[in-house]
Structure formats: structure tokens, C-alpha cells
Design a protein around this ligand. Structure first.
Ligand SMILES: NC(=O)c1ccc[n+]([C@@H]2O[C@H](COP(=O)([O-])OP(=O)(O)OC[C@H]3O[C@@H](n4cnc5c(N)ncnc54)[C@H](O)[C@@H]3O)[C@@H](O)[C@H]2O)c1
Length: 363
């Protein structure tokens, strides 16, 4: 056990490191033990471990207990695989059939990339899905297929609309990406709130305080207590602009797809009813208007201009969107993924329930 200096400020708990392949097979066994077919379990586990590798700990394997509670309560179908229906040569509709959101979104992005390879553009609208965790894994899926992408989803009510006081909009992340050449690709993945709600759950899990500008408590006062924040509302970034971006996610993911919208999506931590999340996925071939080499060279030029830009006082280094997460990923592939004891205990409890082996922590 050691302190992890690279984690969020204020995180002082000792960390237990786990090798990524161990995290992957541990989660696969819990999933198959709960009735998830093995190929589907491999996809879900890979998405969760990808989040932990990129430092998006809020959307990693720690989500397993809450997902399994939904499976046990029968509000998420562990056995379901998505169906894909072509609508036009460049448009497909995916029905998640209330299975894992990771599966529906993966199938949608795979189809979008296949259409884009032929027609330059592919779009998948996904309905009756569930939480798909960190959007960046879908951007990465498109990058691995050589594609630019847009990745939208809606989510359960957590934010007020601008000027409102009730939770109505989701903290629904907006993500997009484009391949680079020699340099890092562009990967934007951002929630339209000051902070993702998962960061509040993580602080609560770890017994830590949160910054005062993240959320209001039930009485509308700024709070540093994660439990009080979860009783109140998250704050949108940039006032009306963050509120509008959250509405945009609902228009494209919820209204358009036929899934729940306008506050109708169920929170992934609420095991009482199906979530009915919607997603919107677009893949774009980057060499539509010039050669791929030219596109990649232009992306590299943009990267160099951005990270080489004159720095503000006190700034040591400028990063490209997604770069910090990629550096974290490179480091965690070497050192293992850090968890705290309480998280490992909760995961082992899930393993015990299905007779799977405990998580092996690096010595
Ligand atoms: N599925 C869901 O319903 C859901 C809901 C909310 C959030 N999430 C996920 O939570 C995660 C966290 O979201 P977030 O908004 O807190 O992310 P964040 O604020 O950590 O990062 C947002 C973006 O800013 C970039 N960035 C951050 N710091 C930077 C810096 N110093 N220099 C340059 N770029 C920088 C990141 O690379 C990223 O693209 C995301 O992966 C998101 O998909 C999922």
C-alpha cells in the first residue's frame, strides 16, 4: 500500500494497486456469475477497466455493486444483447433491450463506423439502454477504427435548468474525438456540470469533502459534504450554457431515439426501475476532404500549437483535451490501478455473492 500523489487533491487514503488484466478478469467473473453471457461480460469489463486506467475512477469497476443491484432487482436484463436495425445506408437504430448500456453503445458505434467506412458518415440512435459509464471509451472505439466521432447520451435528473431549483436535466456528458498523426488524438469528454456527479459519489465512498462550487444542498446552499450535495442539485457549468448543453444531450439522445427524456431517465444507483437511457453516436471518416496524411498532419499541427501556446502565470504545462487521461493510462498500465480498501471490500463482497475469487492486489 502506498500514497498515490497523482490522484485528486485531498485524496490521502492508502492505495491498493491492481494489474489491469486482473481487474478485467475479476469483473468478467462477477458479471458471468450474474448471468451476463461471456462475450458481453468481456465488453462491459473492458469499458469499466478503461475508465479506471484513464483515471476516470468515478466510472470504473467501482460501479459494479450498483449495476449488480440493478441486475438482482430485475430492472436491468443481464442476459440481453442489443439489436441493430438499419434505417438508411448511413443511419441505424439500436434497441438496448434494457441490457447494459456498454453493449448497446458498443454495437451502435461499431455499426456507425462500418457505415462511415463505406459512406463517409454513420449515425446510430440508441434507445432502451442503460448507463454506459465513461463516454471516452466510445471515442476510443471510433479512433481504433480510424474515425472521428460524436458521442452523446442523456442521463438521470441531477441539474436544474438555468434559473430552476429542481433536478430536471442529466449530467449528460458530451464527447467527441479525432485521430492525430504522431501526436495524441483529440478526445473531449466532459459533463455539462462543474463536476461529474460520480465525483460526489466517489468522495462519499472515500469519506472526503468536495469543493464548494460543485453543488447546492437541499436548501440551496453551497456545501462541501457529498451526502448533502446528493440531496440537493449539481451546478451546471457556465450557467445557461451548461444548462443548454444538457438539454442538447436530451434532444439528440432522448427525444430523437424514443427513449426516456425530460427527467424520465432513472438514476443508475436507483435499483427500483429500468433506466431507459438514450444515446446518439456518429462516426465520421477523417479523409473526406483531403488525404488521411494531410488530415493527420493538420491535427498534429493543431496539437503542437495548443500545447506550445504561451502559458498563463503559474501554469507549467498545457495539455490537449484527453491528454491527461492518456498519460494516466500509460502510468497505470505500468503501476497498476489504485483503489482504496473500502472499494476493494465492496467489490470482493460482489465476488463472494457469486462464488468468484477475490480481487488480487499487487504486493
Ligand atoms: N454516462 C453518464 O451518464 C455520465 C454522466 C456524467 C459523467 N460521465 C463521465 O464522467 C467523466 C468525467 O467528466 P468530467 O466532466 O468531470 O471530466 P473532466 O472535467 O475531468 O474533463 C473534461 C474534459 O476536459 C479535459 N481536461 C481536463 N483537465 C484538463 C486540463 N488541465 N487541460 C486540458 N484539458 C483538460 C479532459 O481531457 C476532458 O476531455 C467523463 O468520462 C464522462 O463521460 C458519464
Amino acid at each position: 500500500m502506498e500514497e498515490d500523489p497523482n490522484n485528486n487533491p485531498g485524496e490521502t487514503q492508502p492505495k491498493l494497486h491492481v494489474e489491469p488484466p486482473e481487474a478485467q478478469s475479476f469483473v468478467e467473473k462477477i458479471l458471468t456469475g450474474n448471468g451476463v453471457p461471456a462475450p458481453n461480460a468481456a465488453i462491459v469489463a473492458a469499458c469499466l477497466v478503461a475508465a479506471d486506467l484513464r483515471g476516470v475512477d468515478t466510472h470504473g469497476i467501482n460501479r459494479i455493486p450498483s449495476y449488480m443491484a440493478r441486475v438482482r432487482n430485475g430492472v436491468l436484463d443481464a442476459t440481453a444483447s442489443p439489436t441493430v436495425t438499419p434505417i438508411t445506408p448511413v443511419v441505424a437504430s439500436v434497441d438496448g433491450r434494457n441490457g447494459f448500456g456498454f453493449l448497446a453503445a458498443e454495437a451502435g458505434m461499431r455499426e456507425a463506423c462500418a457505415m462511415a467506412r463505406v459512406y463517409g458518415l454513420g449515425m446510430a440512435s440508441v434507445k432502451h439502454s442503460n448507463h454506459f459509464g465513461m463516454s471516452a471509451w466510445l471515442v476510443q472505439q471510433a479512433l481504433d477504427a480510424g474515425m472521428m466521432s460524436l458521442v452523446f447520451t442523456n442521463s438521470s435528473p441531477a441539474l436544474p435548468v438555468f434559473g430552476g431549483a429542481e433536478k430536471l436535466l442529466g449530467v449528460s456528458p458530451i464527447a467527441c474525438g479525432a485521430p492525430g498523426g504522431q501526436e495524441k488524438p483529440f478526445i473531449l469528454d466532459m459533463a455539462p456540470s462543474v463536476a461529474a456527479r460520480g465525483k460526489i459519489y466517489k468522495a462519499m465512498r472515500r469519506g472526503e469533502k468536495i469543493p464548494l462550487d460543485w453543488a447546492l444542498d437541499a436548501e440551496g446552499r453551497p456545501t462541501d459534504d457529498p451526502a448533502a450535495a446528493l440531496q440537493g442539485v449539481m451546478l451546471p457549468m457556465g450557467g445557461p450554457k451548461g444548462s443548454a448543453l444538457a438539454i442538447m444531450m436530451d434532444v439528440f439522445s432522448g427525444v430523437l431515439s424514443g427513449s426516456a427524456f425530460a427527467g424520465g431517465v432513472t438514476n443508475p444507483y436507483d435499483p427500483s426501475k429500468p433506466s431507459d437511457v438514450g444515446h446518439f453516436l456518429v462516426a465520421i471518416k477523417p479523409d473526406l476532404f483531403m488525404s488521411l496524411d494531410d488530415f493527420r498532419a493538420r491535427m498534429d499541427f493543431l496539437y503542437q500549437r495548443v500545447v506550445g501556446s504561451g502559458k498563463a502565470a503559474g501554469v507549467e504545462r498545457i495539455y490537449f483535451p484527453g491528454e491527461i487521461e492518456q498519460l494516466t493510462q500509460e502510468e497505470r498500465r505500468r503501476t497498476g490501478i489504485p483503489y482504496v480498501q473500502a472499494e476493494v471490500d465492496a467489490l470482493n463482497e460482489e465476488a463472494r455473492k457469486v462464488g468468484a475469487p477475490e480481487l488480487v492486489v499487487k504486493s
